[in-house]
Write a protein that binds this ligand. Structure first.
Ligand SMILES: NC(=O)c1ccc[n+]([C@@H]2O[C@H](COP(=O)([O-])OP(=O)(O)OC[C@H]3O[C@@H](n4cnc5c(N)ncnc54)[C@H](O)[C@@H]3O)[C@@H](O)[C@H]2O)c1
Length: 381
């Protein structure tokens, strides 16, 4: 397929995610050759010189700047990736909306439901395409799980369990950073990690209508460079009971301070005719039970989601970075077709409502009803 045109990419923040978004854009040319417009890396912003140098010399951005506003004002930039720390998401997204740029933003979209609502409603009013970094839903095995659930192969879905167990904050001697401060991070593990779980739950099962949560902070103080300590302001752990609109019920759990599991992200779905389960640790496998004899392990193959873009058959698997390539392609296709196919800002807003509802339920002990969000959400698609 001939390449008819290019689409100009601006990047805001060249950290882990900014580098990965860039790699993913570049990879779409190889893995999604039919895209009408292929990304051209135009300009990247980061106050850190090392980030700017990496963007220019190692990734291939034409220009760099320390001021993200120059990215949004650049005439060759059509789409923007917002990969900044959480405390900049709202400010930068609203500026992208004002500049009329479609954007792909990392999770958690806002630090609060209010921030996320303002981003989602602003983007929708401006007629912009959005994408939120809910990468796990792009795993081919998760796409297949959704297909099986929607086909009725598992019968009526009765219950679901989603757990995201990580260790990244398990070292109590690790210094205090913005991640532990509500002003800069918003919530703790709820927004940082369980927002993926909320998205997966709604992507697979449907809208969550009410929740009841508990939260805990196990490592209450963290060291500052001067040897003193500072109190951690957000939660290390959350457990959430959920009711879905369609009658299903579920449990979601996440910790950032487990010792051992680094990214044990598991989904279990139970229905009246069968069950399935998936673990990110073995992301190229799906376990499916279609009768009481138990699970059979199915290797991800070309019939699962976008797996065939990356590998010719089951066996050689795909990895985390490939999920971002799938996400980039979905965003670019959404922009090309003027149709929201990628996880939307409305999905990001809905996940934020679940985070805020969990915090409020943990404080009161009460069940909390989730407000309806507007815009193109996955659970209405
Ligand atoms: N989808 C996922 O699975 C996933 C994984 C990791 C992180 N994230 C999210 O991505 C976002 C970034 O996380 P990260 O791990 O890439 O962080 P990082 O610390 O690796 O990078 C952050 C970058 O932002 C830059 N920055 C700071 N102030 C800035 C400013 N004023 N303007 C522009 N850039 C600025 C820093 O210099 C740094 O290069 C966070 O919101 C995080 O939650 C998502």
């Amino acid at each position: 397929m001939p390449i008819t045109d290019s689409i100009g990419v601006g990047l805001i923040s060249v950290g882990w995610m900014g580098r990965l978004h860039s790699r993913a854009y570049l990879a779409t040319r190889q893995f999604y050759p039919e895209l009408a417009r292929h990304p051209e890396l135009v300009i990247a912003a980061d106050p850190d010189e090392a980030g700017r140098s990496y963007a220019e010399n190692n990734v291939g951005y034409r220009e760099t700047t320390s001021d993200y506003r120059e990215v949004l004002a650049h005439p060759d930039v059509d789409v923007v990736s917002i990969c900044s720390p959480n405390f900049l998401h709202h400010e930068v997204a609203l500026a992208a909306i004002a500049a009329g740029k479609h954007f792909w933003i990392e999770k958690p979209m806002g630090r609060s439901a209010r921030e996320s609502r303002e981003i989602a409603q602003g983007a929708e009013a401006a007629g912009l395409i959005t994408s939120v970094g809910f990468n796990y839903r792009h795993a081919p095995a998760v796409a297949e799980a959704r297909r099986l659930i929607r086909s009725g192969a598992l019968g009526t879905i009765t219950n679901v369990q989603i757990r995201l167990i990580t260790s990244y904050a398990s070292d109590p001697t690790q210094g205090f950073t913005w991640r532990y401060e509500t002003e800069f991070a918003g919530s703790g593990v709820l927004g940082d990690v369980l927002s993926h779980g909320f998205d997966l739950a709604q992507f697979l099962i449907g809208r969550i209508s009410s929740i009841n949560a508990i939260t805990e902070t196990f490592i209450t103080d963290r060291p500052l460079p001067d040897g003193s300590t500072r109190a951690v302001e957000n939660e290390d752990y959350a457990a959430v009971l959920a009711r879905f609109d369609n009658g299903a019920v579920g449990m979601l759990e996440s910790t950032r301070v487990a010792i051992g599991p680094n990214a044990e992200y598991t989904i279990e779905v139970y229905g009246t005719k069968g069950s399935l389960r998936w673990n990110f640790d073995q992301m190229n496998q799906l376990e499916v039970a279609e009768d009481v004899r138990g699970y059979r392990t199915v290797m991800t193959d070309t019939s699962f989601g976008d797996f065939g873009r990356f590998q010719p058959n089951a066996g050689p698997g795909i990895g985390f970075n490939d999920l971002k390539t799938i996400e980039a392609a979905l965003f670019l296709r959404s922009v090309a077709e003027g149709k929201q196919l990628a996880p939307s800002a409305a999905d990001g807003w809905s996940a934020s409502e679940l985070v805020d509802a969990s915090i409020s339920s943990a404080a009161s002990g009460a069940w909390v009803d989730l407000p309806e969000v507007t815009g193109p959400t996955t659970f209405r698609a």
